[in-house]
Ligand binder design. Structure first.
Ligand code: ADP
Length: 165
């Protein structure tokens, strides 16, 4: 039987409990998930690619169904090179929709054998994004409930400990 493999691409700058929720739920649907950290993201990142990979590996732990990798260039080419046909993405508010819709359609247009599958965010994580975590941490607010301990530690090293943990 063919393994059902999904590629979960993103910036993961840094990984949050929202990302981890999508990974956990994705594993109920797929046999394997490849977390693919974008190297050529247009966004200026807080953490280096290597730091982001380290955080993801620490947060995911030793699950043989999950691998962490990086990619640059066209995502669809990367997905096919891994023997996968599905791109897994998370959807939060309506604001995510337009961007995700465009990318999914373009990717399908580039390689029509590839499908993008969206999972709705779980209720507690609807507001959660890497950007908001970085903003709050930079203002010394606590984000302990939003990110795994390894990321909390890394944010504390960058910005200092939260004022009111
Ligand atoms: P990108 O720069 O590609 O959007 P992100 O790391 O911000 O990378 O997000 C990767 C994927 O994870 C996206 O599909 C995003 O919608 C999803 N995601 C991020 N945070 C959450 C969350 N709190 N709940 C559900 N999905 C999320």
């Amino acid at each position: 039987m063919n393994k059902k493999i999904a590629v979960y691409p993103g910036s993961f700058d840094p990984i949050t409990y929202g990302h981890l929720d999508i990974i956990e739920r994705g594993l109920d649907v797929f046999d394997e998930i490849i977390i693919a950290v974008a190297r050529n993201s247009e966004k200026k990142s807080l953490f280096s690619t290597e730091e982001r990979i380290h955080h993801i590996k620490e947060a995911v732990g030793d699950d043989p169904r999950v691998t962490v990798d990086t990619f640059d260039g066209l995502l669809v080419d990367y997905v096919l090179s891994k023997g996968a046909k599905v791109i897994l993405r998370g959807l939060r508010a309506v604001s995510d929709f337009e961007y995700e819709f465009q990318i999914a359609q373009m990717n399908h247009n580039l390689k029509n054998e590839i499908e993008t599958l969206f999972m709705m965010t779980s209720v507690p994580y609807g507001y959660l994004s890497s950007s908001i975590v970085k903003e709050v941490a930079s203002l010394r607010g606590t984000v302990e409930s939003c990110v795994p301990p390894v990321v909390m530690q890394a944010l504390t090293e960058k910005f200092g400990a939260p004022d009111n943990p």
